[in-house]
Ligand binder design. Sequence first.
Ligand code: 2PG
Length: 204
Amino acid sequence: MSTLILVRHGQSLWNLENRFTGWQNIDITAEGIKEAEHAGKELSGQTIDIAFTSTLIRAQHTLDIIIAQCKLQNLPVITASQLNERSYGSLEGLNKAETAKKFGEEQVHIWRRSFDVAPPDGESLKDTYNRVIPYFKKEILPYLLQNKNVLIVAHGNSLRALIMFLEELNVQEIVEREIPTGKPLIYNLNKQSLEKLQIATGGR
Ligand SMILES: O=C(O)[C@@H](CO)OP(=O)(O)O
């Protein structure tokens, strides 16, 4: 049995300002710091062997706070761009409500939550899935198969892709899934479920 813990970064400045963020490197707010501390408190006492995070400051800062809170200063940390947020392309920086007024609520919802429609110059969830899942299978799953407990601190949509894979959600089910900031999601995985993930397809 091994444990996989997923945490979306704490609230970022652009979450607060309701702006499309994607690959923009925006830090967390004071509220985001509190959320990360809270996540750390929740995870205190939990054995964690290794952590993975993205190359973006909001995820790394959140992980640093969790590490400090859990007194895990020697925790090995691996940083990977494959875990970065999906690119929102030319929507990055725009206010989500203003964009919905301009292009219509439905179009913006499709850009934000559909599986395979990419925003202009950006990545669809499918594109994100196709970089997150092969990375997970190659670099993270082996630790879980060795009974190691793994923490991943990443982003709303890179985690939605991973959750879709872990929970075998279909393209309709994933539309409904929202990931709260700074709240640990814990998966206890037995040998059988890990072996199933190992043979499951890594791309769509
Ligand atoms: O702006 C973003 O990068 C993401 C996550 O905050 O937004 P959304 O929830 O619209 O996918």
